[in-house]
Design a protein. Structure first.
Length: 360
């Protein structure tokens, strides 16, 4: 048998290698195109941790985020922290394990987030703060979206100052019941969850205004934890203390035998608990100016009925803007460090016929 020359064998081997290489290149190219197309069609995944469902406002906040996610084709992995920071830390770590595209969460309190945020950063997952701020290195999170708590407190105080700045009427103005001018105006402050950023900001904004008016005195600040039950409990304790001291009266609430002239409540849930208890004990608060924050439908109804004087809106409908930020981050674009949502103020002087249903 005649032997095949080495030169021809080398040519055949080279041709075979080139053919195999070209086929491999074609397969890799095809696979690469398919992968790109596949990733293009995949939904973005957002890990979202909510602090709980303690109020109609909070429930609406969660609904808004889910509604906007569905409209934008974004999948949500949801965790309810049930008012516990340890649950929220676990939730964020579970999002990291799941390798979500973006993490968003409503921080219960300001402190204690550095370690978990560093873990998210190390995993290459950007984080957005929702509704509340934190005390952490700003490089550990992409940005914040929510309300301006300082402005909310400021608006509440500005209404109070206007109310007491000239001859005026209380929330039963239509009956002509006049408030007797006083040298000292005693304020009861119902505060929200201790160490939460929104509480600190609402208190700061309020005080920044009234500090220029020495007649205003914050007689007491009591932590109501943003809960309706706590608002009712605080009010009942004030009434019972007055009864035990033999100082019980039905012309208003008293603290250390001093009549409370104004109530500044950090949220509607606590306010509604307060109003409910006042009604149960037959307390007349016509001469008490009551200001609340949130603007749930029930507090707007109370405003219309003359049981509240002012409601500062805290807008829960953050979903649409949050989803835009999520998409921008997923495209590796920078987002603003702070995004405030638009809010308004409702007062006893408004034309109530122009109000539309709040939806929460």
């Amino acid at each position: 048998m005649k032997r095949i020359p080495k030169k021809i064998i080398i040519i055949f081997i080279t041709a075979a290698v080139l053919l195999a290489a070209s086929r491999l290149f074609f397969l890799k190219k095809t696979f690469s195109l398919k992968s790109k197309e596949s990733s293009k069609n995949e939904k973005l995944i957002l890990g979202f941790s909510q602090i709980g469902s303690e109020s109609a406002w909070r429930s609406r906040n969660t609904e808004s985020i889910f509604e906007a996610a569905e409209k934008n084709g974004i999948q949500i992995i949801f965790k309810d922290a049930q008012q516990k920071q340890e649950n929220q830390l676990k939730a964020i770590r579970s999002f990291i394990v799941c390798q979500v595209d973006v993490i968003a969460f409503v921080p219960i309190i300001e402190d204690g987030w550095d370690n978990v945020l560093q873990e998210a950063k190390d995993a290459g997952i950007p984080v957005i703060l929702v509704d509340r701020q934190i005390k952490s290195d700003p490089s550990l999170y992409a940005g914040f979206i929510g309300e301006n708590g300082i402005e909310e407190g400021k608006k509440a105080a500005e209404f109070l100052c206007r109310k007491f700045s000239k001859p005026h009427y209380d929330n039963s103005e239509r009956t002509g019941s006049k408030i007797t001018p006083k040298k000292e105006i005693n304020i009861l402050e119902l505060s929200g969850t201790h160490h939460s950023s929104v509480v600190i900001e609402r208190a700061e904004g309020f005080r920044n205004v009234i500090k220029n008016h020495p007649e205003f005195k914050i007689t007491a600040t009591i932590d109501g934890d943003f809960l309706r039950s706590r608002g009712a409990e605080i009010t009942e304790n004030l009434i019972r203390t007055s009864v035990l001291n033999g100082q019980f009266r039905t012309d208003g609430l008293y603290y250390n035998n001093k009549k409370i002239d104004a109530i500044y409540s950090h949220n509607d849930s606590m306010t509604l608990g307060l109003l409910e208890t006042i009604g149960a004990y037959g307390i007349n608060t016509e001469s008490t100016v009551i200001i609340s924050v949130d603007a749930e439908q029930k507090s707007i109804d109370a405003l219309k009925e003359g049981r509240l004087n002012c409601v500062v809106e805290c807008n829960p409908n953050l979903g649409p803007i949050l989803m835009e930020l999520v998409k921008q981050i997923a495209e590796q674009k920078k987002i603003p460090r702070t995004t405030y949502i638009e809010e308004t103020v409702f007062t006893e002087d408004d034309d109530f016929s122009k109000y539309t249903p709040r939806g929460y």
